[in-house]
Every structure is written in C-alpha cells, then in structure tokens.
Design a binder for this molecule. Structure first.
Ligand SMILES: Cc1cc2nc3c(=O)[nH]c(=O)nc-3n(C[C@H](O)[C@H](O)[C@H](O)COP(=O)(O)OP(=O)(O)OC[C@H]3O[C@@H](n4cnc5c(N)ncnc54)[C@H](O)[C@@H]3O)c2cc1C
Length: 383
C-alpha cells in the first residue's frame, strides 16, 4: 500500500539495539528519563523527520515517521520520551509566524531546543478541553498566565512547551471552542518565575507532571497564530498525533507477538514445547491477525494524511484498532509466559504496563467511538 521505508527502519533498529531491556529496566527502577536514548534518536535525525528541509529537517511525511516509531517500539524501546516533538512541532509549522518558524524549527531539528511538552489537560476539565480554566490575559506586550495543567509530560526534559489557555471566557464566545489560544513558552525562563513543576509518580516511567502557573509573564510574541483560535490549531494536530501513537501500538504488538512466539517454542512443559498446544498457539495467531488488520488502517490513515486528504475517521480508527491490538497482544504475551511474565527481567510486565496507556491517552477509546458514531455514522452527539 505504501512505501515501507526499509532503510529508515534498519537504521532505527540498529540504534535501538544499543538500548536493550536492561537499559529500560534500570530507568524504570530509578524513575529516570532516557536522556541517552533521546539524544541518540535526535542525533540520528529521526525526531526531525517531519520538519521541512527549509528548516533543516528531513522533510519527510507522516508515513516515514510512523515507520520510525513502530521500529522503536518493536525493538522493545519506548518513544514516549520523545515522540511529542514530532506532532507538537506541527502546530508551530502550520500556524506559527515566519519569525517563529525561523527561530525555533531549525533548533528543534538539530536538538538544540527540545519541544517535548504540551499542556492541554487540566485536573477539572477531563477530556472536555473546552472547559479548561487556565487563563492568559493580555497586559501590554505580555500575557499573564494563571492556572494549572495536569499530565504535562516531559516538561522537565524540554526547553519549550506548547500551552493551551483561555484568552477570553467561555461565556463570552458564541462557540465553546472559541476564545482559547496557543502559546509557545520558554520553560527555562518560566521556571521559578511563575511556573512550578511537580512530578506525578505513575505505573509507567513517563516523566509526567502537574504544572502550576502563578502570574507567569510571557512575551506577547509567544502567541501562535491568532488569539482565540488555539483550540482549532490543537485539533489540526490531532490526526497526526493519533496516527503516530497508533504506529507505536503496532510496534508494541509486534514485540509481544515475537516474544510470545519465541517463548512458546522454547518453553517445555509436559515434555514438549508449550507452543505445540493449540490453546497456546491460537491466542498468538489471533493477536497477529488483529495487529495485521490494525496495521493496514494505520498505513491507510498515514497515506491519506500525507496526501492532504481529510482523515479524521481513519486516524481515530487507526488509533483505536492499534491500541486494542497491542493490548490484546500484551495480555496474550503475559499469559504465554505464565509466571515468568511477571518477572522484570523478561520485560513483558514493563511493556504490558506501558501499552495499557494507549487505551486512555492521548484519547480514550470511548471518545473515539463517540467520534465515529457522531461524525461518520451521523448518530446524535452523546455528550
Ligand atoms: C501518562 C500520561 C501522560 C499524559 N501526557 C499528557 C500530556 O503530555 N499533555 C496533556 O495535555 N495531556 C496528557 N495526558 C492526559 C490524557 O490526554 C488524558 O488523560 C486523556 O485524554 C483522558 O482524559 P482524562 O484523564 O481527563 O479522563 P476523563 O475525561 O476524566 O475520562 C475518564 C473516563 O471517562 C470516560 N468518558 C469521559 N467522557 C465520556 C463520554 N462523553 N462518553 C463516554 N465515556 C466518557 C473516558 O473514556 C475515560 O475512560 C496524559 C495522561 C497520562 C495518563
């Protein structure tokens, strides 16, 4: 259907081989960020593939980016520490001014600046981002930001943050998604000047935090695009985000399937390989079929995105099907390993925990189903 990007895949595989299970297990135990891994991926040019050549990136499409993330996950690594750069950068590219693009994109491509953090979710708004309470109010040639975000991942390992804030109250706008704006904030200047970061310990090693804004003053030039249109800008990037995350799920599913197949061939119980039992084989085969079907949808969605076609339905279906396939494969892999699936040294329990996230973030399965019901099947809006 699409080019398979074999060259890119084999380069990514070779780099990932330098970061085996021991590396990720140690980070997990220490709750540490994979700095070396992110540095290697950045220097390999893989995080800048979507940045156009005129801004010193590779100028490749989303299909190439999905090949990179899939390979990272299929190799047993995890791209969550650095994938956000790929899609948050798109907001600056599509809606930023020429001055912002020239200032930031080449530095993001080279790794001199890290744009890994985006603050949309808030504790009280849930999935309904139109109800965010963080405000950015104009004061001369500055905005003053007040409020709180939650689940702002990688902010301690990023130089820049994309922030969604209300610049006018919800009640003052005709439509609920109007009156929000996007800002590109320099975290290094903001910390201790109105920005406080507090890590959130989680079941996976994800470097996620809650952030507090207390009269943080940012230059008016931090605004991306037009004031009040920020929610639309964020929505514009969501298809790319969903397709990229879906490719990570496909990579995870492939890892689980290979790991389970190897174990089923090698593990002898009752004097024969457990893989000789259909009760062990069939769940692996089912997981493979689910992954292969989801993979087709991911490739189709990426291809449509690259062709500039509307792909909301495909991007959402790709994310949901791939997340379901990776979770099915995770459960199967743990079961195939019996008790050893719980032992950290097999990496199964780590990947199991990691891939569970995709049922919830960046968008939960229910919200994808609601999207399909309303926008594809013309059923009444349920919320
Ligand atoms: C590890 C991690 C990292 C994250 N990183 C970031 C980040 O970097 N930046 C960021 O902005 N956000 C981030 N998030 C937030 C993430 O995008 C949200 O958690 C996710 O969108 C779900 O929102 P919520 O947690 O508020 O769930 P809620 O909206 O409170 O939903 C709770 C449950 O109710 C269901 N539900 C809600 N409304 C409906 C409805 N109308 N119909 C049916 N079911 C419904 C949901 O499906 C879900 O199962 C991260 C989250 C996690 C866990």
């Amino acid at each position: 259907m699409t080019e398979n990007f074999e060259d890119i895949r084999s380069s990514v595989r070779a780099l990932c081989a330098e970061f085996p299970g021991e590396y990720w297990r140690k980070l997990d135990a220490e709750k540490a960020y994979p700095t070396e891994f992110v540095k290697t991926m950045t220097e390999g040019g893989f995080l800048g593939v979507l940045i156009p050549e005129e801004y010193d990136g590779s100028g490749l499409g989303l299909s190439a980016a999905t090949a990179i993330l899939e390979e990272i996950h299929q190799s047993g690594c995890n791209a969550a520490a650095c994938h956000a750069q790929m899609y948050t950068m798109g907001t600056v590219l599509r809606h930023g001014s020429d001055a912002q693009k020239t200032e930031y994109l080449p530095k993001i491509a080279s790794g001199e600046l890290r744009l890994q953090a985006f603050g949309v979710t808030e504790p009280t708004s849930g999935t309904d981002a139109t109800r965010i309470k963080t405000t950015a109010l104009k004061d001369g040639d500055e905005y003053v930001v007040n409020g709180q975000k939650v689940w702002t991942s990688r902010v301690e390992h990023s130089d820049l943050m994309l922030l969604l804030a209300r610049t006018s109250p919800r009640e003052d706008n005709k439509k609920r998604h109007e009156g929000m704006s996007v800002f590109l904030i320099d975290i290094r200047e903001a910390v201790d000047n109105g920005l406080t970061i507090r890590p959130i310990p989680t079941m996976i090693n994800h470097a996620t935090t809650e952030v507090f804004f207390d009269d943080l003053r940012i230059p008016a030039s931090s605004l991306i695009g037009e004031e009040g249109k920020g929610f639309k800008y964020i929505l514009d990037g969501m298809n790319a985000e969903r397709i990229l995350i879906a490719s990570e799920c496909i990579g995870d599913a492939r890892w689980f399937i290979e790991k389970a197949s190897n174990y089923a061939r090698d593990r002898n119980v009752f004097g024969r390989a457990i893989g000789e039992n259909q009760g062990v084989q069939f769940p692996i085969a089912k997981a493979y079929a689910a992954m292969a079907a989801a993979d087709l949808m991911v490739k189709k969605a990426a291809q449509m995105f690259d062709a500039g076609e509307p792909c909301g339905a495909e991007a959402n279906m790709a994310k949901m099907l791939a997340a379901d396939a990776s979770w099915q494969a995770a459960d199967m892999c743990l079961q195939t390993h019996g008790g050893f699936g719980f032992a950290e040294e097999y990496d199964v329990e780590r990947k199991f925990r990691e891939t569970r996230l995709y049922q919830i973030a960046p968008i939960s399965t229910n919200l994808i189903l609601s999207y399909l019901a309303e926008h594809v099947l013309d059923l009444p809006r349920s919320y």
